[in-house]
Ligand binder design. Structure first.
Ligand code: SF4
Length: 306
């Protein structure tokens, strides 16, 4: 089958046309052949990943998923296009039925999402992720949702019905100025903490299941000295905090995919990464000493459901 050509990103005749503009995002519709993808890499402990979208409007400078763009032009324009998988709810239903035929007593472990944010702004309109939750509910999966978006609070009515749910809220820095440098299109840090607060305090444990809550600081971005103590105190809202160094400099393929843009922003903060008072190890020690009772995990170990 010939490769899809996306309008605005090809010199050939486009096979995928811009369905609409959402802000400055080109939105394309596509039917997926499958929606449950076998999990691997840092989330190999799961059976599947689900990505309702390809591409991500947040367009974070350090995002490794940009490497999986359909072509170089789209990789360069990461954040300004999204392909939504129009049939994903129907396909998911079939794939979950198939799973239970083969594993009648085993709940699938699902990680949503590995290469997109399931609650990016477009989700407020399309409600694709919401439909997937609806389909998943009767199948009782073990589910982890990874997001940096307060839009997730829209779905509290469904979230509280999952018996085995962990929500990973991504907050890689406690400083707005740093966030705006590395991920200028993403929600504010305050909005993300407010979302966790809302989820935690609006689910009544007598009527629903309170999800496990993690804050993922991955990759670790600098937090300015003036914001550090406040940030660490706010992290106490979670039951787990996960840290991971900024794309460690070995030769793994995802590291090779770190975009120049992110490397340059990181250089601006070399003073923080190289300082004997800040940087990865020092930040980790501060978390351990100032957050007793909260699980502090590193890298892959932090992405498990348990
Ligand atoms: S929100 Fe996640 S998937 Fe989206 S650009 Fe940022 S890091 Fe990548």
């Amino acid at each position: 089958m010939s490769k899809a050509q996306y309008e605005g990103y090809t010199d050939q005749a486009a096979t995928k046309l811009v369905r609409e503009k959402f802000g400055d995002t080109n939105v394309y519709a596509q039917n997926a052949k499958s929606i449950l993808t076998k999990a691997s890499g840092f989330i190999a402990a799961y059976d599947f990943t689900i990505n309702p979208y390809r591409g991500c409007q947040y367009g974070c400078s350090y995002c490794y998923a940009a490497a999986f763009s359909p072509n170089n032009k789209m990789r360069h324009d990461w954040g300004k296009w999204v392909i939504f998988k129009e049939n994903s709810a129907d396909i998911l239903e079939k794939e979950l039925e198939n799973w239970y035929r083969k594993n009648p007593h085993l709940s699938p472990k699902i990680y949503m999402s590995s290469v997109t944010d399931p609650y990016q702004p477009l989700e407020s309109k399309l409600q694709l992720t919401r439909r997937l939750l609806e389909v998943m509910l009767p199948y009782r999966p073990v589910l982890v949702i990874q997001t940096r978006s307060p839009i997730i609070t829209r779905d509290i009515d469904y979230l509280q019905r999952f018996q085995h749910l962990r929500i990973n809220m991504s907050i890689p820095s406690g400083s707005e100025v740093v966030r705006k440098d590395f991920e200028p299109r993403s929600p504010s840090i305050k909005a993300r903490f407010n979302a966790i607060y809302k989820i935690k305090h609006s689910i009544d444990s007598l009527k629903g299941f309170v999800p496990k809550l993690s804050v993922t600081i991955t990759p670790l971005l600098p937090t300015l000295p003036t914001d550090e103590s406040d940030f660490i105190q706010k992290l106490a809202i979670a039951d787990r905090v996960v840290i991971q160094d900024f794309h460690p400099s070995d030769q793994r393929s995802l590291v090779a995919s770190t975009r120049q843009e992110a490397k340059e922003i990181k250089n601006k903060y070399a003073w923080w990464y190289d300082s004997k008072h800040f940087g990865y190890l020092q930040f980790k020690e501060k978390l351990v000493s100032q957050l007793p009772g909260i699980e502090i995990k590193e890298g892959k170990a932090g992405f498990t459901y348990e």
